[in-house]
Design a protein around this ligand. Sequence first.
Ligand SMILES: [Ca+2]
Ligand SMILES: [Ca+2]
Ligand SMILES: [Ca+2]
Ligand SMILES: [Ca+2]
Length: 259
Amino acid sequence: MGAILVNIAITDVNDNPPVFQNVMYNTSVVEGANQDTRVLTVSATDADSTSADITYSIISGGDNRFVIGPTDGRITVAGALDRETKAGYTVTVRASDGSLSSTATVAISVLDVNDNSPIFTEVVYSFTLPEDTIAPSVVDRVLATDLDEGSNGEVRYQIVEEGAPGEAIFDLNPLTGELMLVQAVDFEVKQLYYLKIRSTDQGQPPLTSVSVIYINVLDVNDNSPSFSHEPDIVEVREDADIGFQLVTVLATDQDSGKN
Ligand SMILES: [Ca+2]
Ligand SMILES: [Ca+2]
Ligand SMILES: [Ca+2]
Ligand SMILES: [Ca+2]
């Protein structure tokens, strides 16, 4: 009886696709991040011993804003990211061994940066205010909007310059933008007030913008008429006709128009 030595060579067959470590990846990147900024590295493994060469690719959802390293799975920024335009991407990546492949999803949130100033709804606000308005009361309100998120978009208001400094006729609510009358006005003293105002967001560093408010004081009939001067002494001939106009006396008051 002789022994027969048999050599059996087992040849691997490529019957397994590369598989990602996660089916779903979640990550984030700040808006405005530079080109080549690293976002995330994905990796897949392949159970077949002969398929060491895995190739990675992005197949959808990246809007050409991201690229992936074909051999290392490293995802980097390749285009401009603006959270105010698009706040997130759902990218599908693929790992291929040449014939078999699988996919994974990479959810990328774009994080906010304070890159927008608050913007007033008007370059110039023009408000009217009847002079008999009781103080304190709300005259009107201003509004500035900011496209950023959270504190980067939170706006505060302030008066930075008054027509006559220290007048303290008006107050601007820092949170609501309401312009308050805090001291009575008088049309006969001043008809027009000017304020320079500022809006500031709460970002670090904060961004600001300015606007102006004109407040036109409206006349109210609050002054009784008075004679402009004492009537002149007029000599009247004793034979003057009855009804002869003696003198025209001007009566004026300080109100304007029909007041
Ligand atoms: Ca394989
Ligand atoms: Ca932006
Ligand atoms: Ca922003
Ligand atoms: Ca902002």
